[in-house]
Design a protein around this ligand. Structure first.
Ligand code: ZN
Length: 135
């Protein structure tokens, strides 16, 4: 794993939170994107080298809706940038971590992603992400 790619924050109202984070970080949101397969709307911010992803639910069955119900708003996951997601998934599987998806899936912001079960990572939902390179 190379670096923290972004930190994901679960929010109830994406538009309100976007305004809030624009004020907080003093920078405009650079991308809003729906990931229909995950039932989420996302908004991304850059602060220097770092990124923040805000996530809100698009339907009551969304993992974000369930997270908000259980834990309320707050830090939802930490995403690590990886060069080769398949190799990293293989390595982590071998080391006994539980992957939430067996194959990488298409995430927001032009990434292939895989999540690790928080039960195996001290309660932190970990996301691996690999940039999809233009061919
Ligand atoms: Zn993420």
């Amino acid at each position: 794993m190379r670096k923290i790619e972004h930190i994901g924050i679960a929010v109830k109202d994406l538009d309100l939170s976007c305004e809030l984070y624009e004020k907080l970080l003093n920078t405009a949101c650079y991308k809003k994107e729906e990931v229909a397969s995950e039932g989420v709307n996302t908004a991304f911010f850059k602060t220097g080298e770092n990124k923040i992803e805000l996530l809100s639910a698009t339907n009551p069955d969304s993992p974000i809706a369930k997270f908000l119900e259980k834990k309320g708003e707050g830090i939802h996951h930490i995403a690590f940038d990886v060069e080769d997601i398949l190799a990293e998934m293989e390595r982590l599987r071998g080391a006994g971590f539980v992957l939430l998806n067996e194959q990488p899936k298409k995430g927001a912001d032009n990434k292939l992603v895989c999540f690790l079960h928080p039960k195996g990572t001290n309660g932190v939902l970990v996301e691996l992400c690999q940039e999809i390179k233009a061919k």
